[in-house]
Design a protein around this ligand. Structure first.
Ligand code: DX5
Ligand code: ZN
Length: 217
């Protein structure tokens, strides 16, 4: 299982040092949570753009961009110059099937594509798109802020998704995001999560290397 470090809660004055420590701890990705103040209440766009620019200068660890925004294309244009490994947008922000397919193809010019769903959205709603995306990001908390508790019902959803992916011979990877820590990581591993996004549990840990190793073991 890979670990994508959510840097949403990193304070600016500590950011360079924190990014360096995360790199030494060998996180697999830096997870960039872009919030527009519309799709979710918070607005993190300026800070996250600054962090993405900064990271591109100091590390080779790939960026994993999670767009919690209404206007997807606008933010794809803002973050694609940072050459992320993957850009993920929310199913709930678009919904119209044709528009979703257009966005998938648009993002593919720049990076891998992910589609994300909120906790209350049924997993079956995105089945049609699975052959065209690289990644499904299942929100295990309500998007909008870090430091929340994982919603247990979302694990059942991941199980269903994994089964569907296997039965249909797809190679879509599953990413889980929100409230992930040492007490629930094994459960996520067991249901087939490929990438765990970890924010608070990692950023607030004293020893990043120890925490990343523990999460992966
Ligand atoms: C929530 C974000 C998550 C989250 C992760 O809206 O998408 O990436 O902040 O942080 P923790 O691990 O604190 O839930
Ligand atoms: Zn996220």
């Amino acid at each position: 299982m890979e670990v994508s470090a959510s840097i949403l809660s990193v304070k600016e004055e500590e950011s360079v040092h924190t990014f360096y420590r995360l790199e030494l701890a060998k996180v697999d990705y830096f997870h960039i949570d872009v919030m527009d103040g519309k799709f979710v209440e918070e607005d993190s766009q300026e800070e996250m753009k600054k962090y993405a620019d900064n990271l591109k200068n100091i590390t080779n660890i790939p960026l994993d961009v999670h767009l919690m925004v209404d206007n997807v294309k606008k933010y794809v244009d803002i973050f694609s110059p940072n050459e992320p490994r993957c850009i993920t947008f929310h199913f709930e922000a678009v919904k119209d099937k044709e528009e979703i397919m257009e966005l998938i193809n648009y993002i593919k010019q720049f990076s891998k594509v992910g589609i994300s769903i909120k906790p209350e959205t049924k997993i079956e709603e995105i089945y049609d798109f699975l052959p065209y995306v690289h990644n499904v990001l299942v929100m295990t908390v309500e998007p909008g802020k870090g430091g929340q508790e994982l919603i247990p019902e979302t694990i059942e959803k991941i199980k269903t998704l994994k089964k569907y992916i296997e039965e249909n011979n797809l190679d879509t990877e599953i990413e889980a995001d929100g409230g992930i820590n040492l007490s629930n990581i094994n459960e996520l591993k067991n249901v087939g999560v490929d990438i765990a996004v970890v924010g608070t549990a990692l950023i607030e840990a004293k020893d990043y290397k120890y925490m990343v190793n523990k999460l992966k073991e």
